[in-house]
Structure formats: C-alpha cells, structure tokens
Design a binder for this molecule. Sequence first.
Ligand code: IMP
Ligand code: MG
Length: 213
Amino acid sequence: MRQVLFTVSAQQKTKTAKPNTLVPVRWRQEVQSVLITDAQLARRVKTLAREIEKDFRGREMVVVSLLNGTVLFLADLIRHLNLPLRLDFIGVSSYGLGTESGELVFTKELRLDVRGRDVLLVDDILDTGKTMSRVLPKLKALKPRRIKTCVLLDKPERRTHKIQADYIGFGIPDYFVIGYGLDFAERYRNLPFVGVLHPHIYKTASQSAVQKK
Ligand code: IMP
Ligand code: MG
C-alpha cells in the first residue's frame, strides 16, 4: 500500500520547506530539512518488501533497477526480499539544467534475458513520468511475463505522463529532494535520509550554467 506522508492540494505548489533541526550540522547550508529520516526509510522499505514478496511468491523474479539513483534503496529492498531473484540494471541519465529533467540518454543496456519472466522495475522517484514512459516500452518489447513497477518516492503533482507505480514507498510534495541515492548534480547521494535541497543551491547552479552559455 502507498504510504502518503503529506496531503498536498494542487494550490499548495511550493519548493521550499520549513527548516528543521534534524539536519546534521555539516549539511545545514545545503539541506533545508529532513523529509524522511533513516529510521522511517528503514521501516517503510521493509514493509514494501513484504508487499512485493506476497505478489511474487512462487515465481523467480528479475529485478531491473535504474541507475544511479536507486543504489541505496535497492540494496536495502532486496536484502528484505526472501525470494529467488536475479538482478540487472538499466543506465538512464537525464541531462538537464538544475532541477529540470532534460534529454534522456541510455548509458547501460539490460543484459539478462527477461523473456517470460516476472520483472520488478525499480526507480528512485516518479516525477513527470518521462523516464518510466521511455523505459517501460523498451522492457515490454523483451516479452517478460509481467512487469511491476516500484519507486521509493512519488511526486504526483508534477506528472505529465500517464504513469502510476505499483509499489510506492512515500508520496511527497513538489520538493526537490536529495539523499538516499537521489542527487543534485551527482552530489548528496550518500546522505542516509531524504532531505529537501536548499533552493539557493539549485538557483546558484542554474544561474552559473546560464552565465556559462
Ligand atoms: P521523471 O522522468 O520526471 O519521472 O523523473 C525521474 C528521474 O528524475 C528520477 O529517476 C530522478 O533521477 C530525477 N528526479 C526527479 N525528481 C527528483 C528530485 O526531487 N530529486 C532528485 N532527482 C529527481
Ligand atoms: Mg534517477
């Protein structure tokens, strides 16, 4: 079941979060607030694994994970999956300015054969839906028996493509988040929590990118 941390109305479009004291001192300049703590992540990932296990019981599954944002989530999720599984990755990168996603580029192709298999496609966050709507047809063309999708985070407010995930860790408002695998300009993936990036970080980054043009 989807666990919604916040109820957000359409009018409530905001990119700033209230600062909170959970942010370690080292990160206070860059991280505005902790949205999901490491303890909350650990609890939810475990229950998510139970849901997936129930649906895949008796089948040998192939977990297909999108690089690079899923690495921490994936490592925690699969160690709670008590099922025979095989694991492979698809590399997909979006080269955009600041927090907006740009052109999608595949950086690694799938190597395992998924024909007739039960596939679990894992991503870090479902935002506009562009990534999933590019990856899903590619996977379907390989003729798996079925594909289920699993994301740690869901930002439904930003959706431009008609995509929903089957398993969702947390529904979140329209914040740009980092940590637990998620990055801004390839940084912050190592934070053990999911935090809201300080807007001054991405504003500075996009200004300097515009100046460089
Ligand atoms: P979509 O294609 O717009 O659904 O976005 C999916 C991808 O964009 C994710 O796999 C992330 O790499 C990236 N992304 C979207 N929102 C965020 C965010 O808040 N923080 C970090 N990365 C994000
Ligand atoms: Mg990603």
